[in-house]
Ligand binder design. Structure first.
Ligand code: SF4
Length: 547
């Protein structure tokens, strides 16, 4: 007699989706072939022994455009190629001889020693570039392959790495910037994040996933858990107490999906094991045939949460999970900006660099200012912001002055506070338009144009250089997706498709893409001013933008 719970039936697409567990082992696209031929993690030794000595021209193309990502390295975009040509050119024509390098910072947690090292590397090897990403990483540009071993040595000397910062791997784990300091927190998720990092990151067990895999673990709902591949969100079980509610299958890009709850409650010490089970389901059942259908959100959409949970419990955990309640949804977005009390009586101070752009010298200055305030702990946030922890009352004033001198305001304008931007055409090979510097200029413009307005609800503005939505286009109040548009004189120019009314939390959902609503980059300030003024003028009491 076969067991009552035999292998799950295949989804409707019976041609085979490249699921290992169903016997579809044959690599079905070039990325799968590259991973089969050699584990991405193995490229490190070639970088250290061959490529760093031989320079850019010595790099094997399958390493350059494939396995380098397993160590956080992408070639950056060759300067001078306009966005209209992005899709038409071969990768070699877009490749610069320099790299973007992403430093993995799980939970966004940095000591001042680590922060200083990150800044020194930027000054020495990255032309002083450093962007805080919305995945709590630091991203450098202008990196030469010759310098990569020295950079790794410097990072690893302070306990940081670039391991699996990119590639088809478990990427950086998002975590609350306030672990252990917030009065509202019932459980600090840091031990689970550390255990995942120590046990599974850099392990061949999960170094060949069908696609990238994004994780968020936080008591607070401050990590965009609705749009991660897997999330663990704090919740109190009526019998078992504080633990975590599990969500799977969220993601943005061209097929956005809000994650689904498994309806399961997991105690803190079991989070790493359940996380590993979910990653293994994805590794074994994920769709490897077509790259654009390989994220876990497609599997979850086809299976549904109940079947996903059943396979996880039966085949990977060997026991049922405990049913659990949904967490309450916070009343508004959580960004940790400003000066706030910690549970121990000290303070945390959240500051807003414009669209996450800082520099190595700014980070070194930040480390000095934080140490002068007798703190040692800094956190990066999933909103491209920075939080300083553990500041005594008598140190707050001096720290605020020093942060402001670095361009890091704890009392930013509403526009600086809520604007995010992806990397864009300055460095990203997929980009169609410029985003980062444009967002910084836009913030200044809105501060001038809207100086008379003081909206008491945030209006978030996210600029993305292409449909990939790295800065979460679809979950912004005003989401801007870069494309080439036609201006009033018939010229093809950089611009944006507008998505209105997206959000997370209470307003979790995707902005409406208004057919035909496209603005040129030059019109962006005019357009946003019009939209915001109309919202403020017509708003009902307590109405949010996304309602
Ligand atoms: Fe690059 Fe597009 Fe992502 Fe922006 S959204 S960083 S342009 S891939």
């Amino acid at each position: 007699m076969p067991p009552a719970t035999s292998a799950p039936p295949e989804p409707a697409r019976t041609r085979g989706e490249g699921q290992w567990k169903l016997g579809h082992r044959e690599p079905l696209n070039p990325n799968e072939r590259t991973k089969r031929d050699d584990d991405g993690l193995n490229v490190r030794v070639r970088i250290e022994t061959i490529y760093a000595r031989g320079g850019f021209d010595s790099i094997d193309p399958s390493d350059l455009r494939g396995r380098f990502r397993w160590w956080g390295l992408y070639t950056q975009r060759r300067p001078g190629i306009d966005g209209g040509r992005t899709a038409a050119l071969d990768p070699e024509e877009l490749d610069d001889r320099y790299f973007m390098l992403r430093v993995r910072i799980d939970g966004g947690a940095l000591s001042t020693e680590q922060l200083r090292a990150v800044g020194e590397i930027s000054e020495t090897y990255a032309r002083d570039t450093a962007d805080v990403t919305d995945r709590q990483n630091i991203q450098y540009h202008w990196i030469r392959v010759e310098d990569v071993p020295a950079i790794w040595q410097h990072l690893e000397g302070v306990g940081l790495s670039t391991t699996e910062a990119c590639g088809d791997t478990p990427r950086v784990v998002l975590g609350s910037p306030l672990p252990g300091v917030s009065a509202a927190e019932r459980l600090d998720a840091t031990p689970a994040i550390q255990a995942i990092r120590e046990r599974y990151i850099g392990s061949p067990e999960f170094s060949n996933l069908p696609r990238k895999f994004k994780t968020a673990i936080s008591w607070h709902q401050d990590v965009a858990h609705e749009v991660n591949d897997v999330s663990f969100v704090g919740v109190v079980h009526p019998e078992h107490g504080p633990g975590f509610d599990v969500w799977v299958g969220g993601g943005l890009s061209t097929n956005p999906k809000i994650a689904q709850r498994l309806g399961a409650w997991v105690p803190l010490d079991e989070v790493p094991e359940v996380w590993a089970g979910i990653v293994a389901v994805f590794r074994d059942y994920g769709y490897r045939r077509l790259r654009h259908r390989a994220r876990i959100k497609f599997l979850v959409a086809d299976w549904g949460a109940a079947r996903f949970r059943e396979v996880l419990e039966r085949e990977y955990l060997g026991q049922p999970l405990i049913d659990g309640p949904a967490p309450d949804v916070p009343a508004g977005p959580v960004d940790h900006i400003g000066v706030h009390k910690q549970v121990d009586g000290r303070n945390y101070v959240g500051v807003a660099p414009a669209s996450g752009r800082v520099s190595g010298s700014t980070l070194i200055g930040l480390a000095k200012a934080v140490e002068a305030a007798r703190s040692r702990r800094v956190r990066l946030t999933p909103q491209q912001k920075i939080v300083v922890l553990d500041v005594a009352d008598d140190q707050v004033g001096q720290l605020l002055d020093e942060l402001a001198a670095l361009g890091l305001s704890a009392d930013p304008s509403p526009w600086r506070r809520t604007t995010m931007a992806c990397t864009g055409i300055e460095f990203c090979k997929l980009a169609i338009v410029e985003t980062k510097e444009r967002a910084i200029r836009l913030v200044g413009e809105l501060e001038r144009r809207l100086a008379d307005l003081h909206p008491d609800v945030p209006v978030s503005i996210h600029l993305n250089g292409c449909p990939n939505a790295c800065a979460r286009t679809q979950t912004a109040d005003i989401g801007l997706k870069g494309q080439i548009v036609t201006d009033a004189d018939g010229n093809r120019v950089e611009g944006f498709q507008v998505h209105l009314g997206g959000g997370l939390g209470l307003d979790a959902g995707f902005g409406r893409k208004l057919r035909g609503l496209k603005v040129t980059s030059a019109e962006l300030g005019d357009y946003i001013e019009r939209v915001v003024r109309r919202f403020v003028a017509q708003r009902e009491p307590a109405e949010r933008f996304a309602q």
